[in-house]
Design a protein around this ligand. Structure first.
Ligand code: HEM
Length: 477
């Protein structure tokens, strides 16, 4: 009786799956205009309640463990890809401990070692890649960013031994693992289909490669000085004293690389496409580096990134408009009253949080559809209307360190609460370093010289540019 309004549909089961799936942001916008911040639609036979705006984000993302559950929804997709006993194939308390291990590994000291690794991977990529021979050319940028992302992330997080294997066996195996992440697998994850067989074989093979590497590194002892995630997880123990077993280390490494790969690679592609659309911003980025670091542009260091506010803002603004995760789902474990409304969400529903809605709401971001990295500067024309100092933000510890609740923030590309991203800082360092290196080498523009932008592909679990998404590049010298 007190359920939120239901989006009209003709077909049972199918419901609004098609209109939602083709363009989730447009679907949210239209129905929010009709029904307000809370409404229900039918997604693959399941009543799915959307709650948007800062209070909707808070209601779902900071939901209590007794009320909302993530693993029940995600496990069918993630467990065959990551492997057993990690992330969503274990109780939430264990995930919180695993996130603590991951987060502790990402120290300032580790980031200092990652920036030169990322820089040199980017430089050698552009030296070697056949599509970047000569003075200028046209490339399908998502293909390039996918490779740059996986080379930089695997080298920094998993060490040089694993990175070398990406030139041979690992790239194809990760490609097969990827196919487990197609949304159709929410229904067909169990089926003995060709792509699922490849997924299962790839999972076993990648896990074995990691477990063999772990053994080799144990034998090396302390002689390996790399500050990567593998080393840290290998040496972690749960609160009850049990060391993290090797298969769990391997499965966590798969999970981390998969989580980071799609989100960072899509964001990197959007950044390049936005710069091609706005070449004057790329010139400003170059000038910023010359001013802040010196005309000779010395090798980038971790500390340099903080001296490049526009470079940071380009990443931040791109995530505002192109957050790779458009829908965050939770199962409902107890009837939940939505604060400030008469609605009660029954346990038969799924909850869907879409922080992208508040990130593109004119109430918080003037000219919301405009990609304007300068809006993040103090007193900017399009500055966000709710500017909260981080000191005011409410912080909470779910077992993996203090995180801001984000309850008041309309900008949450990394989520909030118990399941909040632990990779935010890594992603920022990785993307900022990639952008800074690209800006040193190239100018980019749209192939036709115009200022159009390609549409978004929502057909995969993580949204990304439709392909091919070509841009023109020209060497700076
Ligand atoms: C969780 C976004 C990069 C590891 C999340 C969530 C979001 C997100 C929205 C919350 C999901 C939910 O509540 O269900 C992003 C974006 C990234 C990024 C936009 C890059 C631009 C990374 C990287 C890593 C990573 C590089 C690893 C190094 C994780 C992990 C979780 C997470 C482990 C926790 C999942 C959970 O607790 O359920 N991320 N992420 N992410 N992310 Fe990221």
């Amino acid at each position: 009786p007190n359920e939120p309004p239901l989006v009209f549909h003709w077909l049972p089961i199918i419901g609004s799956t098609i209109t939602y799936g083709m363009d989730p942001p447009a679907f949210f916008r239209e129905n929010r205009a009709k029904f307000g911040d809370v409404f229900t639609f039918v997604l693959l036979g399941k009543k799915t309640t959307v709650a948007v705006g800062p209070s909707g984000n808070d209601f779902i993302l900071n939901g209590k463990l007794k009320d909302v559950n993530a693993e029940e929804i995600y496990t069918v997709l993630t467990t065959p890809v990551f492997g057993r006993d990690v992330v969503y194939d274990c109780p939430n308390a264990k995930l919180m401990e695993q996130k603590k291990f991951m987060k502790i590994a990402l120290t300032t000291e580790a980031f200092r070692s990652y920036v030169p690794i990322i820089s040199s991977e980017v430089q050698s990529y552009f030296k070697k890649d056949a599509d970047f021979k000569g003075k200028s050319g046209v490339v399908d940028i998502p293909l390039k960013m996918a490779e740059i992302t996986i080379f930089t992330a695997s080298h920094a997080l998993q060490g040089s031994a694993v990175r070398r294997k990406f030139d041979t066996s690992l790239a194809a195996l990760y490609h097969d693992l990827d196919m487990g992440f197609t949304p159709i697998n929410f229904m067909l994850h169990w089926a003995p289909l060709p792509w699922n067989r490849k997924r299962d074989h790839a999972q076993r093979t990648v896990a074995k490669i990691y477990m063999d590497t772990i053994k080799e590194r144990r034998a090396e002892g302390d002689s390996n000085k790399e500050l990567d995630m593998m080393k840290h997880l290998m040496n972690s123990s749960y609160k009850d004293g049990t060391p993290v077993p090797d298969h769990e280390v391997a499965h966590m490494l798969i999970a981390l690389l998969m989580a980071g790969q799609h989100s960072s690679s899509s964001t990197g592609s959007w950044i390049m496409l936005r710069l091609a659309q706005n070449p004057h911003i790329l010139e400003e980025l170059y000038e910023e580096q010359v001013k802040a670091l010196g005309a000779d542009l010395p090798p980038l260091a971790y500390e340099d990134l903080a001296k490049l506010p526009l470079n940071q803002a380009v990443v931040k603004e791109t995530l505002r408009l192109h957050a790779p995760i458009h829908s965050i789902m939770r199962a409902v474990k107890q009837p939940m009253a939505v604060p400030g409304t008469k609605y009660v969400i029954p346990t038969s529903h799924t909850l869907l949080s879409a922080p992208g809605v508040s990130a593109t709401d004119p109430l918080y971001f003037p000219n919301p559809d405009m990609w304007d990295p300068h809006r993040w500067e103090p007193n900017a024309v399009n500055a966000p209307t709710i500017v909260q100092s981080s000191a005011d933000e409410e912080k909470i510890d779910y077992g993996y360190g203090l995180v801001s609740k984000g309850a008041a923030s309309p900008y949450l590309p990394f989520g909030a609460g118990r399941h909040r991203c632990i990779g935010e800082h890594f992603a920022n360092v990785q993307l900022q370093t990639i952008v800074a290196e690209v800006v040193r080498l190239f100018k980019v523009s749209n192939v036709d010289g115009g200022n159009t932008l390609i549409g978004t592909d929502y057909a995969s679990l993580f949204s990304r540019p439709l392909e091919p998404a070509k841009i023109r590049w020209e060497r700076r010298d």
